[in-house]
Design a protein around this ligand. Sequence first.
Ligand code: SF4
Length: 208
Amino acid sequence: MEILISRTAFPVQALGPGTRAAIWLQGCSIRCAGCVAQDTWGTPASSRRQVDEVLDWLACLDEVDGVTISGGEPTDQPEALQALISGIRRTRPAADILVYTGRPTSWVLGDGRPSIAGADAVITEPFVRTEAGYLPLRGSDNQQLLALTPLGRSRYVDTALPDRRRIQVDVVDGEIRMIGIPTPGVLAELGRRAAAAGLSLRGTSWQD
Ligand code: SF4
C-alpha cells in the first residue's frame, strides 16, 4: 500500500520512552499556526513510498523499544496509517506504538479510531501557540496523552515520563534535523545564538 513519508529516524530518544524508531508521515491538512514542522504539510510525489518499505527498514534495526508515528498528520492517510500500525505490530511485537495527531480527542476515540487501531498511546489535539508549554511529549497544554492498551498504560501512565523535554539533533545529507518537541522560546533563542555566531538559518521548517 502506498504511504506518503517525510522521513524516518533511528535511534530516537526524544519522542517517547526508550530507544525508538520514528516515522514522520508527509502531508497535513490541519496546519496549526506556529507548527514547527511545516515542511511536512505538502504532499509531493517524491514522498511516495510503500508501507512494506518502511516495515523492511524497521525490521533491520537493532533493539527498538517503541515506534513513534508523527507528521504531518498521520490520520490524513487513514488506510495507510492502519496498514503501517498493523505491520509494526507484526514486525515489532514488543515495541509500543505512539501516534501523534492534531485531531480532537472526541474524533480519535470515535470516527477516527479504526485508523489508529493497534496503537498503544496517542497524543491528540492541534498545537495551539498561545498554550505552548512544558508537558512531556506535548507542544501545547491543550494536547492530551491517551493510553489505549495495557502496554500504553505501563509505559506512558504508570511509569513517570521525563519532566524535561529533549531535543535530538541529527545531521543527514547536509541538513540539520531536530527531533523532539521544542519548549517555548527555544527556536527563537537558537536563531539569536546562530546570528550572534555569524550563522544564518536557512530553510527552517518553522516561521519566526
Ligand atoms: S502541529 Fe501537527 S497537526 Fe499541527 S500543523 Fe503541524 S504537523 Fe499538522
